[in-house]
Write a protein of this length. Sequence first.
Length: 252
Amino acid sequence: EKVNLSPFHFQRLFSEWAGTTPKRFLQYISVGYAKKLLQENNKTLFDTALETGLSGSSRLHDLFISVEGMTPGEYKNGGENLEIKYSFATTPFGNILTASTAKGICYIAFYDEKFAAIELLKGKFPAANFQQSVDVEQQKMLKIFQKDWTELNQIKLHLKGTEFQLKVWEALLKIPMGKLSTYGTIAKQINSPGAFRAVGTAIGNNPVAFLIPCHRVIQTSGALGGYHWGIDRKTAIIGWEASLANMIEEPG
């Protein structure tokens, strides 16, 4: 009633967006389902993903996303040596601003207001040269929001971050779509088991929303926890990815 649609039309519209029924979607975002995934993933999350490779829904992000850290020379003095192109796009989870250098995507953020989004981007690289323009990497990135991931091409990331942050972000890329992990598991994966708080900080500083899937990290209790771009958006993304993963595993 609140969306002024009949139950039939709402279910059809919802299924077009999510690729599944509202009832199944609610199962995907439940605490019980999250706990089940964590129990499975505690055993073999990363090993299984590496063994599975390109097959099914466990296709790894890092098989088609390459990460290069910015050198101190590239971002010194506020990034005065950087030429950054940026563009705006609409996704199933809201509007995004995407920015890239000649070496790859350096920033993705959800936004409500364009001017504020640009100001946040420029705050990251205050001395860089900016141009509103779409490049090849940005075009390739947008395909990740489609339900068909068979045509994805390698996407290059060019990230400003410490060595520790880069290790955390690369670990996030190893969480398969439709799966979930915890801060503690990520800390163990990068051989820093006692650094889960620092891991949480690094995840919170992720400069590339959605593409580096910090939304796949939840609390050990199964609760979704926080998300820089809002808990409702995190919930929607987790449910959408779970639906897509199950569509790939059960074609037709």
